[in-house]
Design a protein around this ligand. Structure first.
Ligand SMILES: NC(=[NH2+])NCCC[C@H](N)C(=O)O
Length: 407
C-alpha cells in the first residue's frame, strides 16, 4: 500500500497501533523515570481501554494495524534478515559484556517470530537466561541490573518512532535510550512487510540520521505545510535537515513552521499542547502561549532553505498558510488549574478521524465539553490506566492513510 497523509483531519482509513502487553508489567518504581512512565498501569485495564480505542476506530471505518503483527509478518516474509535483526537489537540494547551478548543471541535465535518479537518488546530479565558470568567483573556487573534488555513500554505511543508525511516517511533517531530500539521495528516493516516492500515509499529521514527527533512533534497542516515542535525531544537541526530533504524530494511541501515550545516533561512533544480538530480549528494549552516562538522555514532555490523568525501571532501565521480563519480552543477553558490538569492527562492530544470528529480521553471533561460547544463531534474512550504513560489518542496512533480533503 502507499502512504498518504496530507492533513491532520482528512478521513482516517488506516492507522498503526500497539496494544500494550507484558512490557508494562516489567515497569518497577526504580525504572519509571528512565522508562518515561509516571506510574505502573494495571495491564488488564490498560488493554481493555486500548481495545475500546481500537474498536472506536474500527466502528468509524478505520483499518487498525498492530506494529507487533507487522514485524512478525515482515520476518516471516524475509527469514534471511532475522539474524541481522536479532544482532542489531542486541547491539542497541547497551550490553557491554560479550558473554551476555552471546547468551542472548542463543536464547533469541531459537524462538519463533512471535516469541522473538514479544520478548524484544517485553524485555529480557537477567533471570531469563543462563549465562555463565563467573569469568569477568563486567559479566558479573551486567547481571546486577534486573534486565539484560530493557522492556519497551513506550511502543504504545506509535506516533513517535516515525512520521508519515505526504506519501513518504521520516524515521526518527529518538531522543532517549528508552526508545531508540523502537525504530528498528518501523524500519523493518517498511523494508520487509509484503504491504510496503514494493511500494517504493520515499524516506526523508533514517533512524541513523544525526539529529534527534520524534513524531509527536510533527503535524501535517496541509499538502504544503508542516508544523514541527522544537521540543524536549526534537532538535532544531533535525527540522532543518528534514526540510532540505522533504522540499527537494516531495514537490508538494514548501513550508515548515517550527514551533519552539517550553522544554518540560509535561510538554514533551508539540502534540501534547496543540492539535488540529477541524478545518481551521485547533486545541491549544494556554500555558505555552507566552513562551511560544515560531520560525518559518521555506524552500530557497533548488537546494537550500530559508529560515525566518515569525513576528505575527499564531493565528495569523496559521491563517496565512491554511488560507482560512483560525479558531484556537484553550484546553480547560480560561482556568489555568483546569488547563494544567487536563493538559497533563492529554486533554489537548486529540486524534481527528475526519474533519470535526475527534477521539479523546473521557477524563478531560471540561475540554471535551468545550469542543462539543464548538460543534466538534467528540468520541470518548476510557483512560484511567493508559494516561499513566503521558500520551493520549494522538500519541498512541500513527495514521498511514487519510483521505484527501475535498472542500
Ligand atoms: N506524541 C506524544 N506526545 N507521545 C507521548 C509519549 C509518552 C512517552 N511516555 C514518552 O515519554 O516518550
Amino acid at each position: 500500500m502507499k502512504l498518504q497523509v496530507f492533513s491532520e483531519i482528512g478521513r482516517l482509513k488506516t492507522v498503526l497501533l500497539h496494544r500494550p502487553g507484558k512490557e508494562l508489567e516489567n515497569l518497577t518504581p526504580d525504572l519509571l523515570e528512565k522508562l518515561l512512565f509516571d506510574d505502573i498501569p494495571y495491564l488488564k485495564v490498560a488493554q481493555e481501554e486500548h481495545d475500546a480505542f481500537a474498536q472506536t476506530l474500527r466502528d468509524n471505518g478505520v483499518e487498525v494495524l498492530y506494529i507487533k503483527d507487522l514485524v512478525i509478518e515482515a520476518l516471516d516474509n524475509h527469514p534471511e534478515v532475522r539474524q541481522h535483526f536479532i544482532n542489531q537489537f542486541i547491539e542497541e540494547s547497551n550490553i557491554l559484556s560479550n558473554t551476555v551478548k552471546n547468551g542472548i543471541y542463543k536464547y533469541l535465535i531459537k524462538m519463533d517470530n512471535y516469541e522473538l518479537v514479544s520478548t524484544m518488546i517485553e524485555g529480557i530479565r537477567t533471570h531469563d537466561i543462563e549465562v555463565d558470568t563467573s569469568f569477568s567483573i563486567l559479566d558479573m556487573l551486567e547481571s546486577e541490573y534486573p534486565f539484560y534488555a530493557d522492556p519497551l513500554p513506550n511502543l504504545l505511543f506509535q506516533r513517535d518512532p516515525f512520521a508519515t508525511i505526504g506519501n513518504g516517511l521520516a524515521i526518527n533517531n529518538m531522543m532517549t535510550d528508552a526508545r531508540t530500539r523502537e525504530t528498528l521495528f518501523s524500519e523493518y516493516i517498511f523494508a520487509y512487510h509484503p504491504r510496503f516492500e514494493n511500494a517504493t515509499i520515499p524516506c526523508y529521514k533514517k533512524r541513523t540520521t544525526r539529529w534527534k527527533s520524534e513524531g509527536g512533534d510533527v503535524l501535517v497542516l496541509s499538502p504544503s505545510t508542516l508544523a514541527i515542535g522544537i521540543s524536549k525531544r526534537t532538535d532544531p537541526r533535525a527540522i532543518e535537515s528534514l526540510a532540505r530533504e522533504l522540499f527537494h524530494k516531495d514537490a508538494s511541501f514548501t513550508t515548515i513552521l517550527a514551533f519552539n515550545i517550553p522544554k518540560s516533561r509535561a510538554f514533551m512533544h508539540l502534540d501534547t499542547v496543540f492539535t488540529q480538530v477541524d478545518h481551521g480549528t485547533f486545541t491549544i494549552h494556554p500555558g505555552i502561549m507566552k513562551e511560544l516562538t515560531i520560525f518559518e522555514i521555506t524552500k530557497n532555490g533548488k537546494k537550500d532553505i530559508r529560515v525566518e523568525k515569525v513576528v505575527t501571532t499564531l493565528e495569523h501565521i496559521l491563517e496565512k498558510h491554511l488560507q482560512r480563519p483560525i479558531k484556537l480552543i484553550n484546553i480547560g477553558g480560561n482556568d489555568l488549574i483546569t488547563a494544567g490538569r487536563e493538559q497533563w492527562n492529554d486533554g489537548a492530544n486529540t486524534l481527528a478521524i475526519a474533519p470535526g470528529v475527534v477521539i479523546v480521553y473521557s477524563r478531560n471533561h471540561v475540554t471535551n465539553e468545550l469542543l462539543r460547544k464548538e460543534g466538534i463531534k467528540v468520541l470518548e474512550i476510557p483512560s484511567s490506566e493508559l494516561s499513566r504513560g503521558r500520551g493520549g489518542p494522538r500519541c498512541m496512533s500513527m495514521p498511514l492513510f487519510r483521505e484527501e480533503i475535498k472542500e
